[in-house]
Design a protein around this ligand. Structure first.
Ligand SMILES: Cc1ncc(COP(=O)(O)O)c(C=O)c1O
Length: 474
């Protein structure tokens, strides 16, 4: 075991310490991938070292490198090494963190971690919840709990339920509403304001309209760091409205939540503590590996009311008054102890170091915005908010109708070069390049290099004969 474990540790350490020499992104089409791997489940075993070599040399290279300094697409996940080892400890010991008695120690760690998060957000001491597979799982869990409260066991109400969020809300919220049985046409996607935030006046009107139709408003979802632009919905105003209307206020802070550790993040997230429930995603800005989401609920009994069930074969593990069966708070019975990796990383580094890493990501996003503004032929589509910047090539004299196609080609060129992996989105219908800077390996030189790469690609693809050079101004 020790020898094989050392081989794996060496393989991971070698990978992580040579990331800069590797491409940020690599992939394969399905037919080529099918040829890559022997597809039989063999009757006889195979030497571990040979299997490790197959994975390391033939399989793993065909994937994006999430912790790469140039991985600034989607929402990156850049785990600390202690967090990776914490995950390995949890799986090595294979704790069953679904019920209290069989994993009391690790479950206490989960309660400790949840209480850190609660304190960071400023939620009341009575709040609680659980770690989940990710933000999607957390959003779904909240939606189910809210549905249980709204219907009070009367299934006929489900067809009348409505959910409200801005047109910038993450797709997992929409899907959570669908899965909870909310009719698809009742999931209100409200037009956001100039800064991509939910408008409270529009929200109020939508709720009033639905009540007049005899519908039952179930939940308002405020985004605390939208995936597109990092915008934060006005949480105090939404909290007031939800209190007046007696509607569950959920905050999807999967992307932005841990920015609360920083000065500027705390200011931006003011009001989050008033929510009925909050989704966080430690596998994003808390630097732990996949999978780790979190749901905190102001009144955790609402989770229990929705999820707790007493099968006879679990009678001997019913939690006592003070103990917590996490299986009572969500859909998973068998679950591993995600808390170990969170605890290991936060205890190892301390919150000061984590706050500095988050602050650094936000400073790099501001640098990116500035570099784009300084570079002829590039423009900002949405400025730096948290770690996200949307921008695009806009060479002088280009026909506006050609901008989307040009930027699609710029994206393909830059990603194809391998050094930077950025992604795209559409804002108000316009195709935009999108960078989300989160990883602690990303440096200023990466930001400057990315802007140069985009400007050069735009220059080459728009035609070298363009009268306006698009070389970066740095
Ligand atoms: C704002 C937001 N909410 C929810 C999610 C879904 O989280 P997960 O992918 O961890 O399920 C994401 C993922 O990027 C997100 O950015």
């Amino acid at each position: 075991m020790r020898r094989l474990g050392h081989l794996v540790a060496d393989t991971v350490a070698q990978h992580l310490s040579t990331l800069r020499e590797q491409p940020a992104y690599a992939t394969l089409n399905r037919p080529d991938a099918m040829r890559l791997i022997d597809r039989r489940a063999p009757a006889q075993g195979t030497d571990f070292e040979a299997l490790l070599a197959t994975l390391r040399d033939d399989v793993f290279p065909h994937a994006a490198r999430e912790p790469h300094p140039g991985f600034i697409a989607y929402v990156p996940s850049c785990p600390t090494f202690p967090a990776v080892l914490g995950d390995w400890l949890a799986t090595g010991f294979n704790f069953f963190a679904g019920v209290w008695p069989v994993a009391a120690g690790p479950n206490e760690i989960e309660l400790v971690v949840l209480d850190w998060f609660r304190q960071w957000l400023g939620m009341p001491e009575s709040a609680g919840g659980l770690l989940t597979s990710g933000g999607s799982g957390a959003n779904l869990t909240a939606m189910i709990a809210a549905r249980h409260r709204a219907t009070a066991g009367d299934a006929s109400i489900i067809a009348k339920l409505t959910v409200y969020a801005s047109d910038q809300v993450h797709s997992s919220v929409t899907r959570a509403a669908w899965l909870a049985g909310v009719p698809r046409e009742h999931v209100r996607s409200l037009p956001s304001d100039d800064e991509f935030r939910l408008r409270v006046d529009t929200l109020q009107d939508a709720i009033a309209r639905d009540r007049a139709l005899g519908l039952t408003p179930l939940m308002v979802v405020a985004s605390a760091g939208t995936t597109n632009t990092g915008s934060v919905d006005p949480m105090h105003e939404i909290a007031e409205l939800c209190a007046d209307e007696d509607v569950w206020m959920h905050v999807d802070a999967a992307y932005g939540g841990f920015a609360v550790l920083t000065e500027s993040g705390r200011r931006a997230l003011g009001g989050i503590e008033r929510a009925d429930s909050v989704t966080l995603d430690p596998h994003k800005w808390l630097f732990v590996p996949f999978e780790c989401g979190c749901l905190l609920v102001r009144d955790p009994h609402r989770l229990k009311a929705a999820f707790q069930i007493f099968p006879e074969y679990l009678a001997d593990v019913q939690s006592g008054h003070e103990a917590v069966n996490f299986a009572d708070y969500g859909e998973q019975l068998t679950r591993y102890s995600r808390a170990v990796k969170v605890w290991m990383s936060v205890r190892y580094f301390g919150t000061d170091a984590i706050r500095d890493a988050i602050d650094r990501g936000m400073a790099l996003a501001r640098r990116l915005e500035q570099r784009v503004r300084e570079t002829p032929g590039l423009e900002i589509v949405s400025p730096a908010r948290f770690g996200i910047v949307c921008f695009r090539a806009r060479p002088a004299h280009v026909d506006p109708a050609d901008l989307d196609a040009l930027n699609e080609r710029v994206l393909a060129r830059v990603v194809g070069e391998g050094r930077y992996f950025i992604s795209s989105t559409r804002l108000r219908g316009a195709f935009s390049l999108r960078a989300c800077i989160l990883g602690f390996r990303t440096a200023e030189e990466d930001i400057d290099g990315l802007v140069r790469a985009v400007a050069d690609a735009a220059h080459d693809l728009h035609g070298a004969g363009s009268a306006h050079p698009t070389r970066v101004a740095t």
